[in-house]
Design a protein around this ligand. Structure first.
Ligand SMILES: Cc1ncc(COP(=O)(O)O)c(C=O)c1O
Length: 409
């Protein structure tokens, strides 16, 4: 594991004067930012800042160029075919709301079915509850087995001729499971349904090609991919987006406006009403450059090695329960676990005293937690900048926490 070198690029992960550094294992919530991303944002404001698409002067043209360049980087990164197919949003949550409001509300009718998995993040769940309820449609769930995986039978029985939309995460933020999205997409298409892929936990960690997947939509957030907060992406197939009404209306997304009606701009502007987060797009573009410089295959490989090592070490501790797939090939860079007899929130705060940052709670997946009969888990989520030493510190903190609480047992 030669990934120690990456640490120097991340100011927040540098060792302090005592030689101690934070073991950051919450990249599933948000990733740390490399200097290149921070510099790109600062330089944008120092050199190119103006409102894009509005001015005829050079600075505004530069800002427009910076924004368009960032879009081109996203297009290449996810292997989309046309610039029109990539829309900038605030985050993944806004992306799902856009698709549910604009596509869902206009394509779902009474009696239709929307299929999601029980492990979806609330942002890919609540929008579908609202569409289903408004349209008198049914929201159906594919349930996971004891390994946190969706059995083939669930896919084949839940997706039927009545299904119009399937919306599924590629990697579960709560369990780490990599879902067989390609198989789900092919099967859903054979039944006439469109498929939305939640790429929030996959796009930052592995090569995702919308053309290989043949996904109809893909949604992700920039901040989980080394980029800044406040920028997200919706990819949609051109023929679908072209037939969808705007979601946020106002400036910059129109063609002509009359007293009683308006016509709308071409894609992608039609879905980008108001002044956009240009520095966010620029930062995301720099993040993509940084990741591509390492290579997504390499990132995947580093994370697999870290996860394999961590799972192996956890297995030696009989008081640890691990959730999610046993098979490493079915797992992303996330380990959800419990320490017997210690509440996850207590685990997270004791870990913090050992300078190990993990997440605890329901991970915005309450229906999944209820289905599994638990309230919360501890979650360690990895990225390529984590090291073997980080795993050792995680295991050390786990042992100390268990020992500390055994006094009260
Ligand atoms: C799988 C998944 N989908 C969607 C989201 C929502 O992302 P955001 O909060 O950036 O909108 C998250 C965030 O944790 C996630 O993990």
């Amino acid at each position: 594991m030669n990934n120690v070198d990456f640490l120097k690029d991340f100011p927040i992960l540098k060792a302090d004067e005592k030689g101690e550094r934070l073991v950051y294992l919450d990249s599933g919530a948000t990733t740390q930012k490399p200097i290149k991303v921070l510099d790109a944002i600062e330089n944008y404001y120092k050199l190119n800042n103006a409102n894009p698409h509005r001015g005829a002067y050079k600075l505004s043209i530069d800002a427009t160029q910076a924004y368009d360049d960032a879009r081109e980087k996203v297009i290449k990164f996810i292997d989309a075919e046309f610039s029109k197919e990539v829309i900038f949003t605030k985050n993944a949550t806004e992306g799902f709301n856009l698709i549910a409001s604009s596509y869902g509300m206009n394509n779902i009718d009474e009696g239709d079915e929307i299929v999601i998995s029980i492990a979806e993040h609330h942002s890919n769940l609540i929008p579908w509850q609202i569409v289903a309820s408004a349209k008198k449609a049914t929201l159906k769930y594919m349930y996971v087995n004891e390994n946190g995986e969706i059995p083939e039978e669930e896919i084949k029985t839940k997706i039927t001729e009545k299904t119009k939309i399937v919306s599924i995460t590629q990697v579960s933020n709560a369990l780490g499971t990599i879902n067989p999205v390609k198989e789900i997409i092919d099967f859903a298409h054979s039944k006439g349904a469109i498929v939305i892929v939640d790429g929030a936990q996959s796009v930052p960690h592995m090569k995702v090609s919308v053309r290989d997947l043949d996904s109809d939509f893909l949604v992700f957030s920039g901040h989980k991919l080394l980029g800044p907060m406040g920028i997200g992406v919706v990819y949609g197939k051109k023929e679908l987006l072209e037939n969808m009404p705007p979601y946020i209306v106002g400036g910059d997304m129109i063609e002509y406006v009359y007293e009683q009606e308006a016509t709308f701009a071409e894609l992608p502007s039609r879905f980008e009403g108001g002044t956009q987060n240009v520095e966010g797009a620029v930062g995301l573009g720099a993040a993509i450059d940084y990741l591509e410089n390492i290579g997504m295959e390499k990132i995947d490989e580093i994370e697999k090695e870290l996860i394999g090592y961590a799972l192996n070490e956890f297995e030696k501790l009989p008081y640890i329960k691990i959730y999610g797939p046993k098979d490493l090939n079915h797992r992303g860079g996330i380990i959800s676990f419990d320490i017997e007899g210690v509440h996850p929130h207590d685990v997270a705060s004791v870990f913090d005293s050992h300078k190990v940052a993990i997440r605890s709670g329901n991970h915005c997946a309450q229906p999944l937690m209820r289905y599994m009969g638990i309230n919360a888990t501890c979650r360690a989520s990895f990225y390529f900048y984590n090291t073997k030493e980080d795993v050792d510190k995680l295991i050390e903190a786990t042992k100390k926490t268990y020992e500390m609480f055994s006094k009260w047992r």
